[in-house]
Design a protein around this ligand. Structure first.
Ligand code: AMP
Ligand code: MG
Length: 485
């Protein structure tokens, strides 16, 4: 199967030259396949096996063009750690094609393809380490029902790349419903190119909100959509214990898909102030700051749409963010707790639990998985063992037991439902690190394969991989993750 035979279209390109630069990829030398994602291959109507040939290797390593239209690097800007950077753009990635699948458009994007006009001081490369991290987490998030960019494959090379140490280069081929970010709008707004702001907004509306085109104010509909999607995305992050690490506005997709994974982390212990990015000294993007940073970013987006939408309307739309996020988070947490009816006490049950978990540094994923096996009027030893403050735990357990009495499920039925909500396997940093080390040292990619199996089906038992679901050791818990990728 030759990739170029798929139904490629030109969509983003129709916006014209103000929005991108045509760029030729700088190919990796002597490229090799690191991994191909069967699920994403299937989504594209093919299989890993059919993709695995030299002509596709040439495409994904940047040697050959995918479509006759050529590749483009998009221009955008963004607020990075609170400060405005007026010109960022695709500094090391290229949109190589857009595909029409089941009436929706899918971007195919290569990351790590060399310098572009937006590279600034960067080398345009991505290292194997961060490529593996990005590759696996897209699958993990997707399986946890969080809208996300995903990746089709990783290509490796022995080309060296200088980071904190010397590493090797790689390219990730990723797919996303769009690569348009908040920062795209900011770029044109701050240059006072309001015509281009409108053009971009029309483009997104046409792609994602076609029925709103006839709306009295389609731009307001677009902003409302971005607010709602972002609120839902962040509520989901909070419920699974995910920390993005670099929530700059250039990393925020306009449709609320999680993109641009760098120094992310899933919680081990429930630690509300967890900082996954070790360059984030002030904890701007700490786990518990994400909901308010989402709002901060939406305020920046609002400013950049102020030529299209009145201040009053923007304020009213922004006011929807917090209640939406809180409501969605409450629903998700209720499901994690196995509570399927709504009750006034639910919020306090959840808050009391999280407070207790934070005090006792209880592992977030393991607690909820064990909670699935909770039995009313039993001691529930595996759960009790996670707490040092036994009295507080028993108090919570009795509050929970009383609340469960208002539900209709038996222990067994609740267990089955909860196991579809509370994953057994989570992509802990130390697990990814092990896969990275094997890949770097021995070109052994089998651990990537194993982790892929687990994160693509995180709710299943996988009895042969029980040891991937155990409490991490103290040294495995606090691995620093660098921003340099
Ligand atoms: P990030 O926070 O990783 O999404 O990157 C922020 C900006 O820096 C984006 O415009 C990237 O394209 C650019 N960038 C990051 N790393 C590199 C690199 N090695 N070479 C060129 N540009 C880069
Ligand atoms: Mg980025």
């Amino acid at each position: 199967m030759h990739f170029s035979s798929l139904p490629w279209i030109q969509h983003f390109r129709t916006l014209g030259n103000d929005f991108f630069s045509p760029v030729e990829a700088s190919p990796l030398s002597a490229p090799y396949w690191v991994h191909i994602n069967e699920q994403v291959a299937n989504l594209l109507g093919t299989s890993a096996r059919a993709i695995n040939n030299t002509s596709n290797l040439n495409i994904f390593s940047g040697k050959e063009k995918l479509t006759p239209y050529g590749n483009i690097a998009m221009v955008y800007a963004g607020h990075q750690f609170g400060g405005y950077s007026p010109r960022l753009g695709d500094g090391r990635g290229l949109l190589i094609g857009q595909l029409l699948i089941n009436d929706s458009i899918l971007d195919l994007y290569l990351k790590g393809t060399g310098k572009t006009p937006y590279s600034r001081f960067g080398d345009g490369r991505a290292v194997l380490r961060s490529s593996i991290r990005e590759y696996l987490v897209g699958e993990a998030m997707h399986a946890l029902h969080i809208p996300t960019a995903r990746a089709l494959c990783i290509i490796g090379s022995d080309d060296s790349v200088i980071r904190e140490t010397i590493e090797t280069a790689a390219i990730v081929a990723r797919i996303a419903n769009t690569h348009i970010r908040f920062g795209h709008f900011e770029y044109f707004h701050y240059k006072q190119q309001f015509k281009q702001v409108k053009q971009l907004a029309d483009h997104v509306i046409q792609q994602f909100l076609p029925e709103q085109r006839a709306h009295s104010n389609p731009y307001l509909a677009l902003f409302n959509y971005a607010v709602a999607q972002t609120a839902m995305m962040i509520a989901k992050w909070q419920s699974v214990g995910f920390t993005h690490g670099v929530m700059n506005t250039d990393n925020m997709s306009i449709i609320g898909e999680t993109i641009d994974y760098g120094p992310y982390g899933f919680l081990d212990d429930y630690e509300p102030g967890f900082i996954s990015n070790h360059s984030d000294h002030y904890g701007r993007y700490a786990f518990d700051q994400q909901p308010s940073m989402g709002l901060w970013n939406l305020q920046a987006l609002a400013e950049s749409l102020s030529s299209l939408i009145t201040t009053e309307e923007l304020k009213t739309a922004l006011a929807e963010y917090e209640p939406l996020l809180v409501k969605h988070y409450a629903e998700l947490m209720r499901k994690k707790l196995g509570l399927y009816r709504e009750h006034d006490d639910d919020q306090s049950i959840c808050a009391n639990l999280l407070q207790l978990m934070a005090k006792d540094k209880v592992d977030y994923t393991i607690f909820f998985r064990r909670l699935c096996d909770f039995q009313v009027n039993k001691i529930n030893t595996p759960l009790a063992a996670l707490f040092s403050q036994q009295k507080s735990w028993r108090q919570w357990q009795s509050q929970y037991t009383q609340r469960l009495a208002l539900e209709t499920q038996t222990d067994k039925q609740r267990q089955q439902l909860m196991k579809q909500t509370n994953p057994k396997y989570i992509l802990r940093n130390y697990l990814v690190q092990r896969a990275i080390e094997q890949a770097q040292q021995d070109k052994d990619f089998s651990e990537i394969d194993r982790l892929m199996t687990l994160v693509q089906a995180p709710f299943e038992e996988h009895p042969e991989y029980e040891h991937y679901a155990v409490l991490p050791s103290v040294t495995n818990k606090h691995l620093p993750v660098s921003c340099s990728s």
